[in-house]
Design a protein around this ligand. Sequence first.
Ligand code: TIU
Length: 235
Amino acid sequence: MVISAEPDALEVDPAQVALLIIDMQRDFLEPGGFGESLGNDVSRLAAAVPPCRAVLDAARRAGLLVVHTREGHRPDLSDAPRAKVERGAPALRIGAQGPMGRILIRGEPGHDIVPALAPAPGEPVIDKPDKGAFYQTDLDLVLKNRGIDTLLVCGVTTEVCVNTTVREANDRGYRCVVLADGCASYFPAFHEAGLAMIKAQGGIFGWVSTSEAVLTALAGRPPRAAALQAAEMVS
Ligand code: TIU
């Protein structure tokens, strides 16, 4: 199938494509979690949920591998570096008690993926201790064993976990197609810059596309003219 994208449309084999949804957790999207503890307006991330959901539904219908990630730590914090834990006010740090349970701790309500994007039985969920989804996880193994060479990437935040993961994936030989409207940031300027950095220089880290372009491709419809698609692209 052909996916309209910037800097160029790309042709991919659906059997080798996975949808990777990064950290769409209550801790980042809802009040009382890690994102808010860092001083952020978490309501800015809500817009990414419907596009992610539309692509998730289409990916499931098309039989694509769907992989979810979650950022978080063991309850004893043994996998959390002090340099990461000892930031911010003590009452708001990783492991502190918040309204959705202990902040960024596996098994707590805030660590869960938001209900609209809940993993289906059988879909791999990668628990990662930091920003990159390949760092100290078996994601590469899961993808290689399925013959995946292209990732459709959604999630939050654009410039933090999405960008870190895309850079890691690019170095490992994966094509990354980042869906602009399926990603979000607490900082609109960082969202824009995060996407621009990926597609600059001929696609130095990958491609930027939209949920609509992926839905079109998965439905087997021909991609619209690249110029039209680019004009509509959410950046
Ligand atoms: N703070 C911020 O923008 N993001 C994170 O801490 N983690 C993810 O992006 N998942």
